[in-house]
Design a protein around this ligand. Structure first.
Ligand code: BG6
Length: 495
């Protein structure tokens, strides 16, 4: 959590409008983040939270928010006076997002709030509603910035391919200026992900090593133990490539690969990320197979609990060939990275929940200790993104005793001893929206470029009728060993 002593800017008074205010995202993430931000003084006392809610009375909605806090964030202790103080900031506007009179009611409600003219519109609704909400706001005059700022926040997926992403961008940009649109990629709000930039650009020892002369390859991974939970409808159309690689993992790749920006401002950083995407080598449809892996979990055990196969999950077609594991081997054709594979991979129902960036360095040029049994392993620098942030450096050292044999020495530098010091991604990102800092949000050109890159893979995978299976709770995906076979030490499974 952000603490008051951290001297962070308190946002101007703002009407925080949430569309989909009775939904899961609101209960699990947005409301708890707002409570913590209020606790730390990051939300102006005059700001109000306005929930647009359909088919519920005010009483039912308030109870739903309160129950959500108890269920998902009991550590916040939202009972008694604390709840009453928070509830006094909540306002409900009833209505269906498809109906014009909902936006009229919203405008009236905002007018009664007098001096608080700024507004953030958070779309916690499925993407097919984004355009309707934007148009509803425009037609009631709620987009004009004459009286204060107006910012629209949307969540991924930003389209399902290049064509739909472009259409969405055009629809939103016909109402809002690009600078008013905040596309949330919650990975960029994770402190450990932002920390990548600090590790890279606040430490002078990194830069000389950070290139093709010293780095053999890079693996960026998100391994999850969870299955698809209740999201079959979305996941069946999405799969791991769209769900994680095109979005979160490619965003992390741009942070790892980008050149130092000239300043730490939204456009300077995003310009550098965009240059990386433009340099990513395009896939020849005939060679997609050699550069990617797709697999799906079969039944198995996670932490000794039996779990069903993907095809047996509720809402999943029994002959589904949707990938729950995906890997892509990218190359970035520029001076810094020419020839260095970037392997991005992710999967559900794997043995561990870990997200990492692993930089594998080249082998020593000459093995001085060859006459002895152990050959020094190439060094690795691992940035742990979660569950615990930090850095691990793998070096070689001499084994103690009368020998020149070596063994691996693992140096660990945890980040933030106390997990409660770490701000939740939604706290960071909502605060950035309130203060108008777009650095950690995806710009429309980045979104379109990343779709353009994965488009040949989507095309090659489109008509797939069968898929490799891996047993849930195992790393049993032989195609991954093949994909990384020419990389020093091969596929890196997090430990
Ligand atoms: C979401 C994906 O964007 O990120 C989910 O839709 C995935 O499928 C989640 O589980 C992972 O996020 P985190 O923060 O738990 O690593």
């Amino acid at each position: 959590m952000v603490t008051a002593e951290q001297n962070i800017e308190t946002a101007d008074p703002t009407n925080i409008v949430i569309f989909g205010a009775a939904g899961d995202l609101t209960k699990r993430k947005l409301i708890p983040a707002l409570v913590r931000m209020i606790d730390c003084g990051l939300v102006h006392p005059d700001s109000r939270i306005i929930g647009v809610v359909n088919n519920r009375t005010e009483e039912v909605w308030f109870k739903l928010i309160r129950d959500g806090l108890e269920q998902f964030s009991p550590e916040l202790g939202m009972d008694g006076d604390r709840w009453a103080a928070f509830a006094s900031r909540l306002i409900m506007v009833p209505g269906d997002l498809a109906q014009q009179d909902t936006y009229v009611r919203l405008r009236e409600s905002l007018q009664t709030l007098g001096g608080r003219k700024n507004a953030m519109f958070y779309c916690a609704v499925p993407p097919e509603w984004y355009g309707k909400v934007a148009n509803g706001l425009e037609s009631t005059g709620l987009v004009s910035e004459e009286e204060g700022y107006r910012r629209l926040v949307i969540e991924k997926p930003f389209g399902m391919n290049l064509e739909t992403a472009r259409a969405l961008n055009q629809e939103l940009q016909s109402v809002f200026d690009e600078k008013q649109i905040y596309r949330i990629d919650h990975y960029l709000g994770k402190e450990s992900v932002q920390n990548l930039l600090v590790y890279r650009f606040a430490n002078s020892i990194m830069e000389p090593l950070w290139n093709r002369n010293y780095i053999d390859h890079i693996q960026i991974s998100v391994s999850e133990t969870l299955g698809i939970e209740y999201r079959a409808k979305y996941y069946e159309h999405s799969g791991a490539l769209r769900d994680m690689i095109q979005s979160h993992l490619m965003q992390v790749m741009t942070l790892v690969a980008m050149e130092p920006p000239v300043e730490f401002t939204a456009d300077a950083v995003r310009d550098e990320k965009m240059k990386v995407l433009r340099a990513v080598r395009r896939f020849d449809p005939d060679h997609v197979k050699n550069q990617t892996v797709a697999a799906q979990y079969a039944s198995g055990a996670i932490n000794e609990d039996q779990v069903p196969a993907y095809v047996a999950e509720e809402g999943v077609s029994p002959d589904s060939a949707t990938e729950t594991f995906a890997a892509v081997r990218f190359f970035i054709d520029n001076w810094r990275w020419q020839g260095v594979p970037f392997i991005l991979w992710t999967g559900k129902r794997l043995p561990k929940k870990v997200s990492e960036v692993m930089i594998r360095f080249r082998k020593p040029p000459f093995n001085l200790f060859d006459s002895h049994a152990s050959i020094p392993a190439p060094n690795a620098l691992v940035f742990r993104l979660q569950p615990d942030g930090g850095v691990v450096l793998r070096l070689n050292a001499k084994k103690p005793g009368l020998t020149t044999d070596n063994e691996e020495l693992v140096m660990r530098a945890p980040y933030a001893d106390n997990a409660s010091e770490v701000a939740d991604a939604y706290e960071v990102l909502m605060h950035d929206v309130l203060t108008g800092d777009g650095t950690l949000f995806s710009r429309s050109d980045e979104v379109e470029e990343s779709w353009d890159i994965v488009e040949p893979i989507l095309g090659a995978w489109k008509d797939r009728v069968s898929i490799e299976r891996y047993r849930a709770g195992t790393w049993d995906i032989p195609a991954m060993d093949e994909l990384a076979s020419d990389c020093a030490c091969g596929w890196h499974k997090p430990s």
